[in-house]
Design a protein around this ligand. Structure first.
Ligand code: M6R
Length: 588
């Protein structure tokens, strides 16, 4: 959840790290810190708060020194405070460490280390790493200290360290958390996220679990935790530096919402052989589970419905964090389809590993190249939507849907619908052009305390997704419901003026949903309809184009993203960085 970055090269590390850290702010943003090596001295600067503010306070842009590490934090162990911010240092402050992940045996390790005389300054799990490195370090043998330390840690981690007696060197280790080397000209990077250095280089080395990297300005080496050298070859990533600029938009979230006409098409540009193999694997599976978390789970739910409806294939959709309840039913001929934007979500990785250990095959739909999930998968289809920086998933969701629709239509032999799918982008433009009127609606309802989102059939996962967007961006309580379920309990909460977002385009669910809308209206609800078909029951209408009904879900989610975005803006919140959240949830 945290972001870590190291730079060593011929430029000053301070300003380089600051720029990189800002790009990773979406990974966590409650504290930040820097460790810089200069002339044999190691300087650590850190605090609670947002990166720009801390950087200004410590004067990082003027800091001298060519080697450094930095961290942006999403607190897990220990409150949000200066002491708990990274880097953490050894007792004599000669070693500094930044870490992403959770050290599960930190209590046991810190008790031992304290008994041996180490003094701790924070409540974090990370600090044990700095003291272990200190304990294992024998003059000149930094790598050995790293190996010994990494082998003692349980849990998930990617960490970087600097030693004040080794200017120019950064060491990094990975187990179950991303760590990528950026191979630059005149300097190298190592980070938890490619976006942090993509403006400098697109040549990368994805470290694997149980590997250690040793980096200087002009040398990169990789070793196993046992010190065996590992061969590696840098690859190019397709992301462009321009993908991570906000361009003319006020926020990344708005930019990403507006990219969807293009990203929908990009998702459909797949290698024919690979996508066919993906489909054949689904066709031949005896038992299929779709697993994911959050927004990606909503895409998975819709996949389940579409597979049943069009391809006549039964699949279960199970939240990755809940897979334990049904893991005993996973067998050799089970197929697990995992969906994840980041490919790093700990719950998803945990779920596929458990399933794989019982003999299941794993295939996946992912955005981030080289991510952990791709390594656990027999086949991965990339959604190709470019980096998604806004914490709320927007373009990645519609791209996941585009690929899912294409898979289902291939399985069902619906070539005509595949062609229509390619045509959807022009309708996205029409929805995006309603920006002003959607903002007006957001403004009118910005002080409400609750929103209810309802939809039936294919619109139910979209109701869930609309509610999730509203909650995480605007902090307004929102509930997504299957329209038919209202009368089984939630209707009791509907009162005069309760805003209900009714997803009700003119398909076979229209009349029944309209009945549910009438029931709510009779109890005083205010109805905001997302539809192509007007009705007098509606107080406000967000219009979507009249397309073949199967495509409504892809289109109807976009105004819901816009509504949530503008609700946040109207409430003067920062939509890119919702409180308490982080983009990629690498802890369970
Ligand atoms: O990277 P993933 O798709 O695996 O992430 C899963 C969820 O954490 C993510 O979709 C989350 O729910 C979004 N922030 C919601 O907008």
């Amino acid at each position: 959840m945290c972001g870590i970055i190291g730079y060593t090269g011929n430029k000053d590390a301070g300003p380089m790290l600051l720029e990189s850290l800002k790009k990773m702010e979406y990974r966590g943003y409650d504290s930040a810190g820097f460790g810089i090596l200069h002339g044999g001295a190691l300087r650590v600067m850190k605090d609670a708060g947002r990166i720009a503010e801390i950087a200004r306070k410590v004067g990082i842009s003027d800091e001298k020194g060519n080697t450094g590490i930095a961290h942006t934090r999403w607190a897990t162990h220990g409150g949000v405070s200066q002491n708990n911010a990274h880097p953490h240092v050894s007792c004599d402050a000669s070693i500094a460490v930044v870490h992403n992940g959770i050290i599960e045996n930190y209590q046991e390790l810190s008790s031992q280390l304290k008994a041996e005389g180490h003094r701790f300054a924070s409540e974090t799990d990370t600090e044990v790493i700095a003291h272990l490195l200190e304990k294992h370090y024998r003059e000149g043998n930094h790598l050995k200290a790293f190996q010994e330390t990494a082998k003692q840690l349980k849990g998930t981690f990617a960490f970087l360290a600097l030693f004040d007696d080794k200017p120019g060197l950064i060491l990094g280790a990975r187990k179950d958390a991303p760590l990528i080397i950026g191979v630059g000209k005149g300097g190298n990077f190592i980070a938890s996220d490619i976006v942090s250095f993509i403006e400098q280089t697109d040549r990368v080395v994805f470290l694997k679990d149980y590997e250690i990297a040793s980096i200087t300005a002009n040398k990169i080496e990789v070793f196993t935790f046992d010190g065996e050298p590992v061969e590696f070859a840098p690859t190019h990533v397709a992301w462009e530096a321009s993908d991570i600029s906000k361009k003319e938009f006020a926020h990344y979230t708005l930019k990403e919402i507006n990219e969807q006409a293009r990203t929908l098409s990009a998702a459909l540009d797949q290698d024919e052989e690979k996508i066919n193999e993906f489909c054949i694997t689904i066709k031949n599976a005896k038992n299929t589970i779709i697993t994911a978390s959050g927004t990606s789970f909503h895409a998975g739910m819709l996949m389940r419905y579409l597979l049943a409806k069009f391809a006549k294939i039964h699949a279960q959709s199970i939240l990755a964090s809940e897979i334990d309840q049904e893991i005993d039913l996973v067998e050799k001929d089970t197929l697990v389809i995992a969906i994840s934007q980041s490919g790093e979500t700990a719950d998803v990785i945990g779920a596929v590993r458990k399933a794989a250990s019982r003999g299941a095959s794993v295939i996946s739909i992912v955005n981030t190249a080289g991510s952990s999930l791709t390594r656990e998968s027999k086949i991965t289809l990339y959604i190709n939507c470019g980096p998604e920086i806004g914490v709320a998933a927007t373009k990645s969701f519609t791209s996941q849907l585009a690929i899912i629709y294409d898979i289902v239509f291939r399985l069902a032999g619906l070539e005509e619908k595949r062609a229509q799918l390619r045509d959807l982008s022009k309708h996205v433009e029409i929805i995006l052009s309603q920006d002003t009127s959607i903002r007006e609606i957001a403004k009118r309802y910005k002080i409400t305390s609750d929103f209810y989102f309802i939809g039936r059939g294919l619109h139910f996962p979209i109701a869930l997704e609309g509610a999730l967007k509203m909650k995480e961006l605007s902090y307004i309580h929102a509930e997504g419901l299957a329209a038919g379920e209202l009368k089984h309990g939630t209707l009791a909460l509907v009162d005069a003026g309760t805003p209900v977002i009714a997803i009700n385009p003119g398909d076979e669910t229209y009349d029944e949903t309209l009945n549910n809308i009438a029931e709510m209206k009779a109890r005083g609800a205010t109805i905001i309809a997302v539809t192509d078909k007007q009705n007098q029951l509606y107080n406000d209408v967000i219009e979507i184009p009249a397309v073949d009904s199967v495509f409504f879900p892809i289109l109807e989610v976009i105004p819901l993203q816009m509504l949530a975005y503008y609700a946040a803006v109207e409430r003067t919140l920062d939509p890119d960085y919702p409180r308490h959240l982080a983009k990629s949830v690498t802890v369970k």
